[in-house]
Design a binder for this molecule. Structure first.
Ligand code: CA
Length: 194
């Protein structure tokens, strides 16, 4: 397992961030954006056609400060639960982070996973169009490009969003750190339902 150097978040972090912004007099307004994942399919690799892609309006230049997830997944054999992933970022697609909720769970079938991550400092924010792009993809293609390797049966992704004090856009290096951190987070948070 990877060292969990990026897992020092807590559920208090979004509140602490909001308090800091309020003290700075920036008038930040924190809002939870809840995305129901039911029906999303992970078919192909990130960026390839056939994946489920959603564009959610969170407000122009709104920043994403935290993510909570509680999702029920199904991986169709021989595909594995660890291979289902979801990426999110601005509509440019250049600043996205990738979460693998079932990280470390190398089994087919269904599994439920939940967790939370403080994203302050990752620079995830909508551009002028206000759109958060969410793509459901697959880490390894076991099946035809026209059928799903995995399905998101239900549950939610909850993004904690603030509409001012937008940080700098994230770099590719930060995105990679985010991937590792989210993976480590998921493995510590996973629990299964069979
Ligand atoms: Ca697969």
């Amino acid at each position: 397992m990877k060292a969990n150097t990026m897992t020092t978040w807590s559920r208090l972090a979004p509140f602490a961030a909001a308090a800091t912004l309020a003290l700075a007099g920036l008038g930040a307004h924190a809002t939870p954006v809840v995305v129901d994942v039911a029906g999303a399919q992970s078919r192909n690799l990130l960026g390839e056609t056939g994946n489920t892609v959603w564009l959610i309006d969170i407000g122009a230049r709104a920043a994403v400060n935290a993510l909570d997830w509680d999702v029920l997944l199904e991986a169709f054999s021989p595909s594995l639960l660890s291979e289902l992933q979801v990426s999110f970022g601005s509509s440019s697609g250049l600043d996205q982070l990738t979460l693998q909720p079932g990280f470390g769970d190398d089994a087919s079938g269904s599994g439920r996973y939940s967790g939370t991550l403080d994203l302050t400092g990752f620079g995830i924010a909508a551009g002028d169009d206000g759109l958060l792009r969410i793509e459901f993809s697959e880490l390894y293609k076991d099946l035809s490009t026209t059928v799903a390797d995995g399905q998101w049966l239900g549950g939610t992704l909850t993004f904690d969003v603030s509409t001012s004090a937008v940080p700098e856009p994230g770099s590719a290096a930060l995105a990679l750190l985010g991937l590792l951190g989210l993976g480590a987070a998921a493995v510590h948070r996973r629990r299964q339902t069979r």
